[in-house]
Design a binder for this molecule. Structure first.
Ligand code: B1M
Length: 210
């Protein structure tokens, strides 16, 4: 699809109005919102990530790309949440202390809401107390933690260890995700499951709530 290729280029260049327009065009062409999300937006961000890693793109450019991606996501959000499914469970999600990458968890939030979960997204840079307060206030069934940096992902263990010390670990299902994580890491820190992407997060959460 030519327009998807164009969107990858526009995302790369941080061209927000173009991304918004193209998102509408694909929807008008009958594309499912999830397909627009994964193929056009997530696919484009993958390329940005590779060139960021290789020193071809820098933080300001990546921020523009991220903001363009968010603008596209904002258009898709009500469509993904439109299912009217009954509430299956409640989740608190946030990025761990020191981590400000919130696109992935915003996507997880959208998909979970679309699948019938109530989600309290507590944003970025959360110390243990923030998570615990939110879980209690919101009466959550599930804690979701996100980390995109190898330097911040160990903080997930700090949160889980604190829950263990407080004797509340087993009151919650703990799901973790983020690009640098894997299955072994999830096990090692005592999470219930590692979720590779937003779709897996939904399926995993459903399994645990069943
Ligand atoms: Co950053 N960054 N960044 N960055 N950034 C990465 C993560 C990096 C891999 C880039 C690279 O070098 N290739 C690298 C980390 C290297 C490492 O740790 N080994 C990196 C770095 C180094 C940094 C800085 C340190 C750069 C600097 O300042 N020198 C800095 C750190 C800031 C901080 O957090 N303290 C930084 C800053 C930034 C920006 C601000 C410019 C921007 C963030 C904007 C924002 O989020 N608002 C940014 C971005 C955009 C990226 C990349 C390019 C893209 C991340 C993203 O949004 N991906 C990223 C490269 C990459 O990941 N390949 C990179 C799209 C998103 C949909 O995917 O987040 O993986 P993802 O989420 C997926 C799954 O992982 C999963 O589901 C999601 C949807 O399918 N998932 C979960 C995620 N969380 C989940 C939680 C769950 C379940 C599933 O809970 C249940």
């Amino acid at each position: 699809e030519e327009l998807v290729q164009q969107m990858h280029d526009d995302l790369y260049d941080g061209m927000r109005p173009e991304i918004e327009e193209a998102t509408h065009i694909l929807l008008d062409r009958g594309w499912a919102p999830y397909r627009v999300l994964t193929e056009a937006l997530v696919g484009g961000m993958k390329i940005v990530g590779e060139d960021f890693r290789d020193g071809i793109l820098f933080v300001p450019e990546v921020l523009l790309a991220a903001n363009s991606m968010k603008a596209g996501m904002a258009i898709l959000k009500p469509l993904l949440a439109e299912t009217g499914a009954p509430t299956i469970g409640k989740m608190v999600i946030g990025t761990v202390k020191g981590d400000i990458h919130d696109i992935g968890q915003n996507l997880v939030t959208m998909m979970m809401e679309g699948a019938g979960f109530e989600v309290l997204n507590i944003g970025i840079n959360n110390p243990v107390d923030k998570y615990l307060d939110a879980m209690k206030e919101f009466d959550a069934d599930i804690l979701g933690m996100s980390a995109l940096l190898t330097t911040t992902m160990p903080y997930m263990k700090v949160v889980i260890d604190t829950m263990v010390q407080m004797g509340i670990r087993d009151d919650y299902i703990v799901l973790v995700g983020g690009a640098p994580l894997n299955e072994e890491f999830g096990k090692a820190i005592g999470a219930d499951a590692y979720c590779r992407d937003a779709a897996v997060a939904v399926e995993t959460a459903k399994t645990f709530m069943a």
